[in-house]
Design a binder for this molecule. Sequence first.
Ligand code: ZN
Length: 353
Amino acid sequence: MYRHLLVEAIIVAALSFPAFLSAQPVVRILEPSAQSGTSAPTVLLKGVAASDSAIVNIYWTDHLGHTGPAEWTPSAAGPSTSLAFSAEVSVRPGANRIAVVAVDNQNRSGSAQLSVYGEGGRGPGVSEIRTGWWHGMQVGYAVIDGLAVVEGDIILGTAAQLAASAPPGPGSVSPDGFALGYVSDLWPEVGGGYQIPYTIETSATNLNAALSYVNSTLSGVIQFVPQTSQTNYVTFNFDPTNTSGSCESSVGMVGGQQFVGGSASCALATIVHEMGHTIGLFHEHQRPDRNTYVTFNYANVDEPLVAGNFDIPTYNYQTIGLYDIASVMHYPPFSFTKNGLTVLESMDLRLRR
Ligand SMILES: [Zn+2]
C-alpha cells in the first residue's frame, strides 16, 4: 500500500499536478515525442491525465477539426490521479497538430498538444510525397489525384506545375525586405555595388556554397569579397565541435572586425540567413506590418527568445517593398516553439506550411 502510494506520488509530481488547489485537468502525452514523424496512416498516442475531480471524458482533436475518443478506464467519482490513456489518431500528409483533451465532472478541461509530421503516402489517394518549389519556397507536398496538396487539404496546384517549378536562383532576388535604417551601419559602395570584405578563420561545411549562392544571387548588387586592406570586415569563425545547427551574426556593419559564427554544421539556408544579417537585414517577421500577414502566437514561443527574434524594432529600420513571407530572413512556422504548435502562422491559407 505504501509502495503503491509512493509510485502514485512520483507520477503526480511528474505531472506537476497541484494537489492542494482546485484546478483544471492536467494532460501529458508521453508517446510519441513532442515533434515526430511517421509514414504510417495512424499514430498511437499514450499519456496520462489527472484531475482533483473525476475525469469523465478524454478525446483527441486535430487542426483540421477531426476528433475521436481516447481509450481509458474511468475511475470512481473521486480525484483522478494519473489515469493512463491511449488514442489511435489518423495522420494526414504534412504537419498534424494534435491535442488530447481531458474533461472532469466540474466541466473543466485541460489539454496537451503535439505535432506529428505525416510522411507517408498511405493516406487516401496519396500516390507520392515529393518536395518542390512554390512561389520561391521549398515545400513538401503529397500528390493526390494529380494535385499537389499540403496539410491534407490545401491545393498548391497540379503536381506537374510543382514538378516544373524552379528554385529561386540568380536574378530572382526579391526587392522586398527589412533592414537597418542608419546609413552608417551599412557597408560601403565600391564601383556601383556594395562590398562586404571577409576572412575565414574556421570554415563551416556549407560556407563556400553559401558564399557562392549569395554572390551569384546578389550579383551586381552586394558582394562578399576577400578582405585585402579594408578595416571593416567580417570573419567567419565556426565551431567544429558545435553540432547544434544554429549560427549567429551581427546586423549590418559594426566597424572593425565582426564575426559570423556558431555551429560548423549549420545548413546552407541558415548561413545564407546569417549573411543576410551581416548585410544589414533584420528578420522579415519583425517588420512593423507583419501583423497584417502573419499571426504571432506568443503563447507557443519560448519566452526568453522573443526579444531580438520576434520583437518589432522602433528605430533604425527601413521597410523595403512588400512583406515577403518566403524570405530567407523569415522564420519558418515552428521556430522556437515550446510546445510543438505554430509560432508564426500565415493568414493566407495558401501560404501555410
Ligand atoms: Zn536571424
